[in-house]
Design a binder for this molecule. Sequence first.
Ligand SMILES: Cc1cc2nc3c(=O)[nH]c(=O)nc-3n(C[C@H](O)[C@H](O)[C@H](O)COP(=O)(O)OP(=O)(O)OC[C@H]3O[C@@H](n4cnc5c(N)ncnc54)[C@H](O)[C@@H]3O)c2cc1C
Length: 404
Amino acid sequence: MKSYDLIVVGGCSAGIVAAITAKRRNPEMKIAILEKLPRIGKKLLATGNGKCNLTNENAPEHDYVGKEFASFAFEKYSPEKVKEFFCSLGLLCYTDSCGRVYPESNTAASVVDALRFELERLKIDVYCETAVTDIKHKKDFIINGEFVSKKLIIAAGGKSSPSQGSDGSGYALAKMLGHSVTRLYPALVPLCVSPEITKPMKGIRVRNVNLTLKGEKKIAQTSGEILFTDYGLSGIAAMELAASAQKYIDTVKSNPFTYIDFMPDMTYDKIVDYLINLNNIKGFANIDNLLTGFLPKAVGIAICKASKLYKSDKLISDLNEKDIRKIAEKIKSFPLEVTGSKGFKDAQVTSGGVKTDEADEKTMQSKICKDLYFAGEIFDVDGGCGGFNLQWAWASGMLAGELN
Ligand SMILES: Cc1cc2nc3c(=O)[nH]c(=O)nc-3n(C[C@H](O)[C@H](O)[C@H](O)COP(=O)(O)OP(=O)(O)OC[C@H]3O[C@@H](n4cnc5c(N)ncnc54)[C@H](O)[C@@H]3O)c2cc1C
């Protein structure tokens, strides 16, 4: 049996920083990371489209699920502290105008390398291709019948993007040690919506929209970019609605609608005035061209179709004021029925996880099993796109690594 003072299950964001923090604070400790994949940090390589959006300076104000539990970790390990941590590894970062922080190299591999070198420098043992399937706790933790450890941090992620290692097996380990897990939903994942409407617009991005998700009442709202696909809607604004939509479908057993406001910076009345004026400018042109002054042509056609005013031989001058008002309504509120999402396979994050009231927010230690800690996405904590989920992984990982 291989014997350690601390074993960390999961060698990605949260697990690696937990191990580094523990070793820096307790150089005498013998620490190992057990990772099921052939290499550590695989998911990190895919983050931020390969650039790794490693935190967001606005994280403390961000509307996380589980924010109350996460607040202490964010106070102690703020985005500023996270940047300092990476600076201590020789990794420099820059911040964009939305507060998103990236490595100066614009390469996620630099982040993984910086972490990997620190693990080597600190002589933390890393066992890859070591999937943890069994943990027993008596006085110590016995892992897979092969490792024994005085303390244990489970940082095995959620069940989103299983090809990057997080296949949900961490939840089974938590349950083995007496913990409960909430219902799980794929989050930050494209939405499946009325494909017959979105397919003709496949590949088109619209940069700045508001999206409102409604059932009987308003469920959620986002803003930003959307991308039309042959199955529905992708892009950050759409992906951020996925968990709320799936929760609604599962609980209410009916499909919500998402309404796109294509011109959030213009009032309905202003749009009506603009469209009436267009009649003077290009009234002779086909209706296909009505909205090309501010939207891609295919989107304009879809809006005219949704207004039930589309005919391929219609001219802009054929539209009367009532028609214009109908079109303006659809520009401000274009309905799409949400039938689900692309699921865990394509999700960036899992919403739900180990119940936060079963752990101490100031230490990440289990209230059920002594010397057991959790860190990262395995907890019922998640945020939106923009570096917020990695911020949680680092902050909770460092706090768990204090081993208080
Ligand atoms: C494509 C993509 C892009 C993303 N981009 C961003 C971004 O730019 N910014 C951002 O903030 N967030 C981003 N995220 C989310 C972010 O990557 C995660 O929230 C974060 O990595 C969670 O960290 P974690 O360490 O808790 O879990 P994970 O990163 O999932 O790591 C868990 C590790 O545990 C290992 N493991 C699992 N089960 C076992 C087991 N039984 N035994 C041993 N090992 C096990 C896994 O192989 C994995 O290496 C993105 C996610 C994806 C999928």
